[in-house]
Each structure stands twice: as C-alpha cells, then as structure tokens.
Design a protein around this ligand. Structure first.
Ligand SMILES: [Zn+2]
Length: 407
C-alpha cells in the first residue's frame, strides 16, 4: 500500500513536469530577481547590474547570440532622474539575446526587469518608502521570468521556427519606459525586420475571477484571431484592451508602427509597494500564461502572412481629449482594470483637485452617468461646457464620496 501510494504520487508529479512551463523553474527565477540581494533592481544600481548579469548568463547558457552593443548582451544607455530635486545621472542597461533561426523576420519578446530600488527614485506607493527595498516580485520579476522561460523553451525545443526571436529585458521602465524607448531609437537589429512585439508586465498574480488583461488588441487583427482559443484552452478568461499605448514597454514599439500585445494579470494592493513579494505569486498561473504566449508564437508561425499593423483606437493618447471643451485635470491609471476611472494623479488648480479628488480615488459616477471605464468618462466630457456644474461620485478606499465639480 505504501509503495502503491508512492507510485501514485510519483505519477502526479511526473504529469506536472510534462507541462511546457514548470512552476518550480518560475519560482527559482523570481526567488533570485526579487531577493533582497537585488535591492529592488533600481535603474542604474548595483542590484540592476546583478540582475542584468543573471539574465545575460542564462541567455548565454541557452546559446542565444549577444544582441546588445559591442558584441555583448548589454545595451547601456544614459538615464537622468531627480531625487528630492537633485539630478542624478546613471548608466542603465537593456539585456538582449537573439535566437537566430535564419529567418528574415524577428519577433521581439520583452519584459522590464528594473523596479523601484530602495524607494528613492519616486513612484512608490508605500508611505515613507525611502531606504526600503522594493522587491517587485510581480512588477516585474514575473515578466522577466517569463522572458527567461520562453527563451529556454524556444532555444531547447529542437524546432527551427519561421521567425527569429529577440529576447529583450528592459531597464528604466519605472522611470518612464526609458530602456525600451532607447532601444527603438537605437535598435540593435533593423526595426523593419521586427514582425511584432510581445510584452509581459506583471503576470504573477493570476486569479480566475480577473483572468488576463491583454493590451494592444487593436494593433493587429492577428491577436483577436489567435488569442481567444489559447486562453480558453487554459480555462481562463481575458479582458481585451484595444490600445497600443499603455503603461509599459510595448508602447515604444507601437509608436514605431509595430503590432504589439501585452499580457498582464492586473493591479493589486501591493502594486508599487514594498509588499510586492514572492509569497503572493501564483506560479502555476504564470505557467499557464507562458503556455498561452508560447502557443501564440507557434500559431503566428502557422499564419501565411506576418501580423498586420493597424492603428488602434487609443483612448490613452489624449488625441480625443484635445477635442473636449472641458477636462477634470486628472491622469487616469491605465493599468487599472476594475470598474470606474481610477486616478493616478491630479493637476493643481484644475476642477478635480478643486473638488477634493485625490490620486487613488476611483470615479464611479459623473453628471448622472455611471462611469465603468475611461470611455464613459470621455463620453461625459464631450457633453459639457466650461463653467457647468456636475455631481460626481467616487470611491476612496471602501468609502463612497459625493462632490460637486465645476468644469
Ligand atoms: Zn511594471
């Protein structure tokens, strides 16, 4: 009986190893990248260099070709940022590994590996974040891990695909997509040979209720054609966001007219806080997402033409808002996938600030209309004139508040 039981257990663990992506391997990378030794992978920091070396070593072991500058895996670039009014200038680096299948077209697979360091470079949501290590297990050790595991899968599958793959780990993302912008301005392979770009930013918190948020849906018809079946096969659901412009590095490629798609498991209470740690990562969930992305790459190979680029409907670019006669003076949080319009920041002396609305508030009702998304918000704006007074309802934490706003 004892032996029989052991045998059963053996089978169960064997079948989980038969998966393309293993939770165990995912855990190992995140353990390293989100450890305190990496000091939060702040752009240009020692922890960033250690993380970059870890990524480059794995690229090398997998037999990828160095695709940075000077025949190395690294692409250094300058970064300037201010800490409490003092300007700092540092050198950061992207890490680039090329899987050469002898094809004419290359698919870029990307993820940023930098995070908020020790909380000095701003954008931490932890109160008094200074000198506290922000491990960023989900943001974005999870995506970097995805990059490493997809590289391993495609380097070791003994298949010569119809595309080459460029695996790109970006730095400087948290300071404003600096690394990916630098790459697209100083590409190490011709951008004309890039067929599409797949980005992973925060793929470690999969929940069945929320599912996956797929951005860039409107940048090519190929995403809508291929992704739904792959998601379904993993028994998951997804939310599609049309825009190619968002809060991560795919934006830099979209702005070069390259079809982009980004995978994201949504924001959470630990977002940009010191509590974004490995304990809350869903490793099995990430394995499922990587299976979807690997399946997507395999299916792109079966298409007769390369992904077609289309200009997406971009509510995020502000093109539409420039037509409005009124605005609230708020910066929406584009990574927010819940109901309502979440505010990332408010402009001084504009209607929202005057009415007492703050960063973090979620507007749920405006001028008598339910606000479920940024589109509803834009609809309301288009119906009003300067000087008009409307009522707004918003959530601050669990509290519902009502205010009057004068446009
Ligand atoms: Zn991120």
């Amino acid at each position: 009986m004892k032996y029989f039981l052991l045998l059963l257990l053996g089978c169960a663990s064997f079948s989980s190893y038969a998966q393309k992506f293993q939770a165990r391997a995912i855990r190992k990378h995140i353990e390293f990248l989100a450890s305190d030794d990496m000091e939060g992978r702040g752009t240009g920091s020692l922890g960033e260099i250690r993380s970059a070396n870890y990524i480059a070593t794995i690229f090398g072991e997998l037999g990828l070709k160095p695709a940075g500058t000077d025949a190395s895996f690294f692409q250094p670039f300058p970064v300037k940022y201010a800490i409490e009014g003092n300007l700092h200038q540092v050198t950061a680096r992207n890490v680039a590994g090329f899987l050469d299948n002898g094809a004419t077209k290359t698919i870029v697979i990307g993820a940023h590996y930098d995070h908020l360091g020790k909380g000095f470079q701003g954008s931490s949501l932890t109160t008094d974040s200074r000198n506290k290590i922000h491990n960023g297990a989900d943001d974005n050790a999870s995506g970097t891990t995805g990059l490493l595991e997809l590289a391993r899968h495609f380097a070791k599958n003994n298949i010569t695909e119809k595309h080459n793959y460029l695996f790109l780990a970006f730095s400087g993302e948290e300071l404003g997509l600096i690394g990916s912008k630098y790459f697209t301005e100083n590409p190490t392979i011709p951008l004309a040979s890039v067929s599409c770009m797949i980005n992973m930013d925060m793929i470690g918190r999969l929940s069945n209720e929320k599912g996956i948020i797929v951005s860039g849906w409107g940048t090519s018809p190929v995403w809508g054609k291929l992704i739904p079946d792959l998601v379904k096969a993993q028994n998951l659901k997804y939310t599609a966001d049309s825009s190619g412009v968002g809060a991560s590095d795919h934006t830099s490629f979209y702005l070069k007219n390259i079809p982009v798609v980004q995978f994201f498991t949504g924001v959470h209470g630990d977002y940009h806080k010191v509590s974004d740690d490995i304990e809350r990562i869903n490793f099995e969930g990430e394995a499922k997402i990587l299976s979807i992305i690997a399946g997507l790459l395999e299916n792109i190979d079966k298409e007769t033409t390369d992904p077609q680029f289309i200009t997406a409907d971009n509510p995020h670019t502000g093109n539409k808002t420039s037509d409005f006669k009124v605005t609230l003076g708020v910066m929406p949080d584009y990574s927010y996938s819940g109901k309502g319009l979440k505010i990332d920041g408010v402009s001084k002396a504009r209607p929202a600030e005057k009415a007492g609305i703050q960063a973090g508030d979620i507007i749920t009702k405006l001028a008598g209309k339910e606000i479920t998304s940024i589109y509803d918000y834009m609809d309301v704006l288009s119906e009003h004139e300067k000087g008009e007074k409307v009522e707004a309802e918003f959530l601050r934490g669990s509290e519902t508040k009502k205010v009057s706003i004068i446009f």
